[in-house]
Every structure is written in C-alpha cells, then in structure tokens.
Write a protein that binds this ligand. Structure first.
Ligand code: UT7
Length: 339
C-alpha cells in the first residue's frame, strides 16, 4: 500500500527577528594586555572595537529566552503555534537534554519538535535552510530558529589567536508560511579536509579517563586564523554567487549583505570579489559585537534593521561559514516591520 505524503510545497519567509546582547560591554583595552596586543592591532586586523560578555551565572538558555520571546512577539504568533525549534550552537555545555528542549520548556512550547544542530558559524544558515524545507515539506508551519553562543565559557582569555575574537549573544527568527518565495535555495556544504583548522578540544572524555584540566586544559576554541581567513576569502565568494544565482536574481537586486561576522577584512574582501554594488547595505555588526559564531548573522540582521528600517521586506544575502569547515548561504526576504 502506498503511504501518504504531507508535502505542501508551501513557500516560507522570515517573519521576525529578535536579539539578545548581554549587558556587559568588553572593550579591546580589557583584552589586549592579556595577549600582548593593542586596541589598534585588534581594530586594524578585525574591525572589532568591543564585544558583549554574559555574566558567569547567565546561561545560554537564559539569553535565548530573551531573543526568542522578542521574535515570537514580533511574528504575532502564540508560543503553541511553534511546531519546531532548531537551536544552532557549539557552546551549550550539555549533550542532553538539548538547549532547544530547555528553551522550549522555558517558553512553554511544550509540544514543538526541538533539537540542536552543531554547524558552528554556519549553524544559523543551516537552520534557515532546514526550516524552509520543513515548511515546504509539510513537517512544520512555524519554526523558531535560534543561533546562540556563550563562547566566553570556551575561549582562553590568554590565547592570542582567539581571545579578542569570540563573544556572547543570541539571535532568533520565526520562519513561517508565505505566499511568495521568501527564502531562496540554500547552497550548503563542507570542506572537511580543513576540519582541523578550528577545533574545540580536548574531549570531556579526557576527564572521565582521569586527566585533569591541569593535564590537558579546558575545552577551548582554537583556530589557525590565517588558514581560515584565506579559505573564507577564496571559497565563500563562489558560494555567495551561487546562492544569488539560485534565487534567480543578480547582486544588483540585493538590498543587504549579511555575512557571518568573523572579521571585517573578510567581509570587505567578499564584497569586492562578489561584485556587491555600493547600493547594498553591508552588515558590520562585528565592530561592537565581535564574532558570536551561530548568533552573528541574526544579531547583525536585527542591528541592520534598526539602523536601516527601510530594509524591512527587502532581499538580503546571508552566508555562514566556520568550523568543519562548513558553509551555507541563501538569499532571504528580510522580515516585515513589526506591528
Ligand atoms: O568564525 C570562525 C571563522 N574564523 C575566522 O574566520 C577567523 C579568520 N581569521 C582571522 O580573522 C585572522 O586570521 C586573525 C584576526 C585571527 C589574525 O589576523 P592575521 O592578520 O591573520 O594575523 P597573523 O596570524 O597573520 O599574524 C600577523 C602578525 C604576526 O606578527 P609578525 O610575524 O608579522 O611580526 C603575529 O605575531 O600579528 C601578530 N599577532 C598579533 N599581534 C597582536 C598575531 N596575533 C596577535 C594579536 N595581537 N592578538
């Protein structure tokens, strides 16, 4: 007997975005002395002036409740209408239950399918692509996609290669049905030959096996900065171009470009090599937010819409890339102005 299929071929779009930035602002001057650096070097090499840091007793889920509640309110839906919660993170300190289920419990979304995805700085754009496919395939009507990190728990403040880059924050979007296509095809993939370029090690099993933090160190992010920089600059421009082409538009039809906020020099290089015209607003949230991995794109989206309210409802290219190395890009219609 043939089984039923629930595919609806339903279009979707981002209905709303919400952001949470921890209150504490950490300027470069606080970080530089620990890594024999200077405010000037950090700004010149990355564009970062300051970043936000969560309090010790403030969890990733605490922050994500704030961002998600804003997104839900702006989307004008009830919590129990959320069918699925996709939580992209690499800094949730529990394997189970997931950050998504903890968030669901705190929001009162008691029946939503809820799970975490580990795709590092591409996690949010992976999640957006998955949400669009869930809605197209009939598996969900409303999806909450969260990109959230408390990277300060997994960053060594004395590591010259990472201490000035990584930061805390959460961004969230509600994705729901739409009459027209509001999320273009996702161009995603990986380059696993470079999977040792960014790591979060050692494994917690080291501690089970009798080693101490003194023996093997705490699990912190490590990266070969130059290697990742070169990869991002050369490999991500074609991915962005493919996403634009797959959406059936040209770079001139974009109103905004919201790449992962890893380094402002990477952003500048992508703008140049992809031929993004001057008319396109480019997100540069990194200057005051640092690199928040999976949270960086929704945080930058929220800030861009605050700075340029005319961008509501216009087309934006998103590109996420990071540890794996993995990537995902899509053109989206930015959410409408909230009521
Ligand atoms: O989100 C995940 C994806 N991650 C990324 O996309 C990160 C991509 N990479 C980067 O953003 C950059 O590689 C960094 C910002 C991490 C580093 O910048 P860089 O321009 O690649 O620096 P470098 O490692 O090539 O070092 C250049 C110079 C060296 O000095 P000499 O040999 O030229 O005299 C380093 O010793 O800068 C020195 N240096 C520093 N100086 C002050 C390296 N780190 C520091 C530092 N402060 N923190």
């Amino acid at each position: 007997m043939t089984l039923a299929n629930n595919a609806k071929n339903q279009n979707s779009r981002i209905l709303s975005v919400g952001a949470y930035r921890p209150e504490t602002v950490v300027p470069n001057s606080e970080i530089a002395p620990l890594i024999d650096s200077t405010d000037e070097w950090i700004q010149q090499r990355t564009g970062i002036q300051s970043r936000h840091r969560a309090k010790d007793d403030q969890s990733l889920v605490d922050m994500s409740v704030e961002a998600a509640q804003i997104a839900i309110k702006r989307a004008n839906i009830a919590v129990d209408q959320i069918d699925s919660i996709i939580f992209a993170t690499i800094s949730y300190p529990y394997q189970a239950p997931s950050a998504a289920t903890e968030l669901a419990a705190r929001l009162g979304a008691n029946k939503a399918a809820a799970f975490d995805i580990s795709a590092a700085c591409a996690g949010f754009t992976y999640g957006v692509g998955m949400a669009a496919d869930f809605i197209r395939g009939g598996s969900a009507k409303y999806v909450l996609v969260v990109g959230g990190e408390k990277l300060s728990d997994f960053t060594d403040p004395t590591d010259r290669a990472t201490a000035f880059i990584f930061a805390d924050g959460v961004g969230a979007v509600i994705i729901g049905p739409s009459e027209s296509v509001g999320i273009g095809p996702t161009i995603w993939g990986s380059d696993v030959t470079n999977r040792d370029a960014i790591t979060l090690e050692p494994s917690f099993l080291e501690f089970k096996n009798g080693k101490s933090v003194e023996d093997v160190g705490w699990p912190n992010i490590a990266q070969e900065g130059q290697r990742v920089f070169r990869w991002a600059v050369y490999e991500m421009a074609p991915v962005g171009r493919l996403a634009i082409e797959a959406a059936g538009i040209t770079a001139a039809d974009l109103a905004a470009f919201i790449p992962h906020q890893a380094n402002e020099r990477i952003i500048d290089s992508l703008v140049k090599s992809m031929g993004i015209p001057d008319s396109v607003e480019v997100a540069r949230d990194i200057r005051t937010t640092g690199n928040t991995s999976s949270a960086s794109i929704p945080l930058a989206m929220d800030q861009l819409l605050i700075d340029h309210p005319d961008l509501h409802g216009k087309n934006a290219l998103l590109i996420g890339f990071g540890a794996g190395l993995v990537y995902a890009a899509q053109v989206v219609e930015l959410p409408p102005k909230p009521n």
